[in-house]
Design a protein around this ligand. Structure first.
Ligand SMILES: [Zn+2]
Ligand SMILES: [Zn+2]
Length: 157
């Protein structure tokens, strides 16, 4: 962990990198959780990201690095979903929540663990668990992450 200090932009007191436990946010059934989120925290408790563009950087590395097991969508107007392994039709009603995580590399702090909890469907034929539509998940992740930072009182930017 980087022990360098910075100056708080709000009160000019000294700010240090701290690890905030369990910073999580939800959007549309998707949860983003940081088990230990590094943030700059000053003596009076003001918080900010360890570097400018932290959310965008994490999002980018998350979408590049985390491959969710995925089904296939077919159909133009009404989409139906099929198992990515065996092509059997998936029942979108029967979901369970599963958590997938990766360590995102952040130069300033070292690896940051990010966990994504998403609804998965078990294939009725082969049993493989998968997200029906990774595109739908990808659309929800930025908002879930923004809520996580909001809940930790870290202002955007
Ligand atoms: Zn401050
Ligand atoms: Zn299958």
């Amino acid at each position: 962990m980087n022990t360098a200090t910075a100056v708080c932009r709000k009160c000019q007191s000294e700010a240090r990198v701290e690890s905030l436990p369990g910073v999580a946010g939800d959007e549309g059934g998707v949860r983003v959780n940081f088990p230990a989120l590094p943030a700059l925290v000053c003596a009076r408790g003001h918080r900010r990201f360890v570097m400018p563009g932290f959310p965008a950087g994490v999002l980018e590395r998350l979408s590049a690095g985390l491959q969710l097991p995925a089904g296939k969508a077919k159909g133009l107007l009404v989409k139906r979903y099929y198992c990515g392994a065996c092509d059997a039709a998936l029942d979108r009603g029967a979901t369970a929540d599963r958590t997938y995580g990766i360590d995102v590399d952040v130069k300033e702090t070292g690896p940051v663990r990010v966990e994504l909890t998403v609804p998965v469907l078990a294939c009725p034929a082969c049993g493989r668990e998968q997200v029906a539509s990774p595109d739908e998940i990808a659309k929800l992740v930025p908002a879930a992450m923004a809520r996580a930072f909001q809940s930790a009182e870290i202002p955007p930017g």
